[in-house]
Design a protein around this ligand. Structure first.
Ligand code: MG
Length: 211
């Protein structure tokens, strides 16, 4: 039996929702406050942390004294209900596969729960492997994937990752997972070899790739 891992942000809802921009604005302000840098300098530092460590938080944990829980609470205080629209087709399509699916995200559980609830999922329909579950060692680092597979009692060879981040798909492929790239419709890039299939629509991806 296959196990399906779904990234949350910009995978289960479109990048065009603007959640990333809202989160990044909060993160830039937080980094500026912690480092006493200007917003432009803090933004540059944060982008470097994201590229190097997988999340801004990991960079802050390594290089600064930061209250992890306060950070998570502050930066995720955004208007999910305004930005994301419910997606009943997604909920219905995933219904068949709920028993073998999980959300696998670098975000905290409470953000994932808000997003899933807004999309139309009820209660704890989907297990959530969040940033705390992976000990704050985010995707694309191997540890995150090992933890996720362990939580779902799955083997990489029978697992599929649906993701909008190429870096995160590269690690998945190196472990033997099948990789489904959920691409922003506006992005024009060369698709790397570690991507098995590409979709712009998550519902179409689930319909064709889950079996
Ligand atoms: Mg994502």
């Amino acid at each position: 039996m296959q196990t399906f891992f779904f990234d949350l942000d910009n995978t289960l809802y479109p990048h065009s929702a603007g959640v990333t921009e809202a989160l990044e604005e909060k993160m830039n302000a937080y980094v500026a406050q912690v480092t006493k840098l200007s917003i432009p300098d803090a933004t540059q530092l944060r982008q470097g942390y994201y590229i190097t460590y997988g999340t801004t938080l990991r960079g802050l944990q390594i290089h600064h004294r930061v209250d992890t829980e306060a950070y998570l609470k502050t930066v995720h205080d955004i208007s999910i209900e305004t930005l994301i629209t419910p997606n009943i087709a997604l909920c219905q399509t995933l219904q068949t596969w709920l028993g073998q699916s999980a959300v696998f995200t670098n975000s905290p559980r409470e953000h994932a729960e808000r997003v899933l609830s807004r999309l139309g999922f009820t209660g704890d329909a989907l297990p959530i492997i969040d940033i705390r579950s992976i000990d704050f060692h985010p995707k694309p680092h191997l540890h995150a994937y090992q933890q996720a597979l362990q939580v779902m009692n799955a083997s990489a060879n029978n697992a599929v990752l649906f993701e909008d981040s190429l870096a995160n798909l590269e690690t998945a492929k190196s472990m033997g997972m099948r990789t489904v790239f959920i691409q922003s419709p506006l992005a024009k890039i060369t698709i790397p070899r570690y991507v098995d299939v590409v979709y712009t629509d998550i519902v179409a991806a689930i319909t064709e790739q889950c079996s």
